[in-house]
Ligand binder design. Structure first.
Ligand SMILES: Nc1ncnc2c1ncn2[C@@H]1O[C@H](COP(=O)(O)OP(=O)(O)OP(=O)(O)O)[C@@H](O)[C@H]1O
Ligand SMILES: [Mg+2]
Length: 271
């Protein structure tokens, strides 16, 4: 039932990487997970091992109703994915306009996905505000804001803390109450990185949901078409595992059936 979105006022901060890994870890714990890609970059599918030749998608197929079942792809990580689908710039503009005028063309099928109480829908979003994210705001249980441990992100922490990054108005304020933050690419050997982590901790307290180390294995894993959590030696893998636990802790969910613990052991992660 829960809807979790990885969002950020900034691009290139690790939303897709973290969304893919958290979604796969939740599936490995036995949850019924759908990864939903709302970013026209259509990148979530690459992290989850889909063929790049498959260019169809759920978002690019809107407003066909009832089409999400047909767009659902199964991954070797035990979760389903609704790829965005590839689009020409003109089509992306048309889709944005459609979602601004008729947010229900996206909200209705997502609401249908969420009728299953065991299902978690994990959404990857484009950077900054988007009509797709706005369409789903009323349904969101958890907005995980991803920022980097650098100067540019540090200046945005106050906006995250008071919810301004989601826009103005009552709905944005309501979602801000359900927002938490992840600081990505933290390197404690770098004084600036450590200082940004301290600042985020002071500003957000328990709303700082997790911290992910900077680790070259993260980019290498993508090039290798594997997830960082599959690479046991990866420093970021344990951080991602702890983040998945923290996300679960924020959601009220029935216990999963038959968690696939063997996958976690295979990935070298404790449970
Ligand atoms: N913890 C990390 N350590 C090292 N590199 C990382 C880490 N997290 C992400 N990266 C790298 O940072 C780059 C951006 O990551 P990603 O594409 O997930 O960001 P994004 O926020 O989804 O970007 P966009 O805004 O374009 O959608 C990628 O090359 C990724 O491999
Ligand atoms: Mg992305």
């Amino acid at each position: 039932m829960p809807l979790v979105a990885f969002v950020s006022p900034k691009g290139g901060v690790g939303k897709t990487t973290i969304a893919a890994n958290v979604a796969a870890l939740l599936a490995a714990r036995g949850h019924d997970v759908i990864g939903l890609d709302l970013d026209p970059q259509n990148a979530l599918r690459m992290h989850l091992g889909l063929s790049i030749r498959d260019e169809d998608g759920f978002a690019s197929g809107l407003p066909r109703s009832g089409a999400w079942h047909a767009s659902l792809r199964h991954t070797s990580y035990g979760l389903g994915i609704l790829p965005h689908g590839s689009m020409e710039p003109r089509q992306a503009l048309d889709l944005s306009r459609l979602l601004m005028d008729h947010p229900e063309v996206l909200a209705d099928p997502v609401r249908e996905m969420l009728t299953d109480p065991r299902r978690i829908v994990v959404v990857d979003t484009p950077p900054g505000p988007s009509p797709a994210l706005s369409a789903l705001l009323p349904l969101l249980d958890l907005a995980v804001v991803v920022l980097l441990a650098d100067g540019g992100s540090a200046s945005l922490i106050p906006q995250v803390a008071d919810g301004r990054f989601l826009g103005r108005g009552t709905m944005a304020a309501r979602v801000a109450e359900r927002a938490a933050m992840v600081l990505n690419q933290v390197d404690l050997d770098q004084p600036l990185s450590a200082a940004v982590l301290d600042m985020a901790h002071d500003a957000l307290g328990p709303r700082l949901l997790g911290v992910v180390a900077r680790d070259p294995a993260v980019a290498e894993a993508l090039a290798d078409r594997r997830l960082p959590v599959e690479v046991a030696a990866d420093r970021a893998a344990e951080d991602l595992s702890m983040l998945a636990e923290a996300v679960l802790g924020r959601l009220s969910l029935p216990r999963p059936n038959g968690a696939t613990q063997s996958v976690l052991h295979q990935w070298g992660l404790r449970r």
